[in-house]
Design a binder for this molecule. Structure first.
Ligand code: ADP
Length: 263
């Protein structure tokens, strides 16, 4: 508690009493701590690729560039780290845009089946490299009011995670189901799964169940934070079912009329 006090003094100059104001600052403290953690995390995440870029560039300038094999190897690492840095900055910008006060969705009629095939095609190469297949099943009318490019980002993040967090040869199912009041979208994988205890945390920015594994796989740790914010912006319900070692399902339920009666 934050306490402020003020004396009440009568006309005769005598102290008559005190006004005490108690202010609950636990929420504020929590927010302040979250902000500090975020800045520390961002700094750390940015520092890692920059340190590596600096190191490899210096080694090249110190003479390694005259060795063709080394040159190629180091330049490949530099290129990879630059992409990582670009992705990280892109995700941070996207997250701050979505969380910004003036953020608005571009509402239009979006056919989820079309969106799914676009995203599946985009990620098919990556899936094939791990001998995985993306299956889609759609029933009913799966057209909803949504922001197509934002929803595409949601699907990319979910399907990409399904690929990353599955062993070779796994399967991915995207199921779409148009019902009277809502449309359900599920992304299921046969991957490593997430324990019950970790599920509430995976939507936090930079939270990773297995830091080393996740960073090696190229993630930014921001994908699901973006998914959560975009689900909220769409008034969609987001939930997760998972069995460690068996697989995970991310489910989103979109309302046909996300604005209530006025639309
Ligand atoms: P990252 O860039 O690390 O993948 P995300 O925000 O997309 O960040 O995901 C946060 C964490 O949630 C991941 O690091 C991983 O531990 C876990 N996770 C996300 N999707 C899956 C999935 N389909 N299967 C198992 N674990 C997952």
């Amino acid at each position: 508690f934050d306490v402020h006090g003020a004396p009440i003094v009568g006309n005769d100059g005598q102290l008559k009493g005190m006004v005490l104001v108690f202010h609950d600052i636990t929420e504020l403290k929590k927010l302040e701590q979250a902000r500090k953690d975020f800045v520390a995390n961002v700094s750390h995440e940015l520092k890692t690729p920059v340190t590596s870029l600096k190191g490899f560039t210096e080694t090249l300038l110190d003479g390694a560039m005259h060795d063709e094999a080394l040159r190629e190897k180091f330049l490949t690492i530099i290129a990879k780290e630059s992409v990582r840095l670009e992705e990280l900055i892109g995700d941070l910008l996207e997250l701050s845009r979505i969380e910004g006060e003036h953020f608005e969705l571009n509402w239009e009629e979006v056919n989820l089946q079309e969106l799914t095939s676009e995203v599946s095609l985009m990620l098919s190469e990556k899936a094939r490299a791990k001998k995985m297949e993306i299956h889609t099943k759609s029933e009913g009318d799966v057209t909803i009011p949504a922001d197509a490019s934002r929803l595409k980002q949601v699907m990319i993040n979910l399907i990409n995670n399904a690929i990353v967090y599955s062993p070779e040869g796994g399967e991915i199912f995207v199921r779409l189901k148009g019902q009277e009041e809502n449309v359900v979208m599920e992304v299921t994988d046969t991957g490593i799964g997430i324990s019950k205890k970790e599920i509430p945390r995976i939507f936090e920015r930079f939270y990773r169940v297995d830091r080393a594994r996740s960073r090696n796989s190229g993630g930014t740790g921001l994908g699901l934070a973006i998914v959560k914010h975009l689900a909220e912006a769409h008034h969609a319900k987001l939930s997760v079912d998972s069995k460690p070692g068996r697989g995970t399902t991310f489910r989103m339920v979109f309302l046909r009329k996300p604005f209530g009666d006025e639309k």
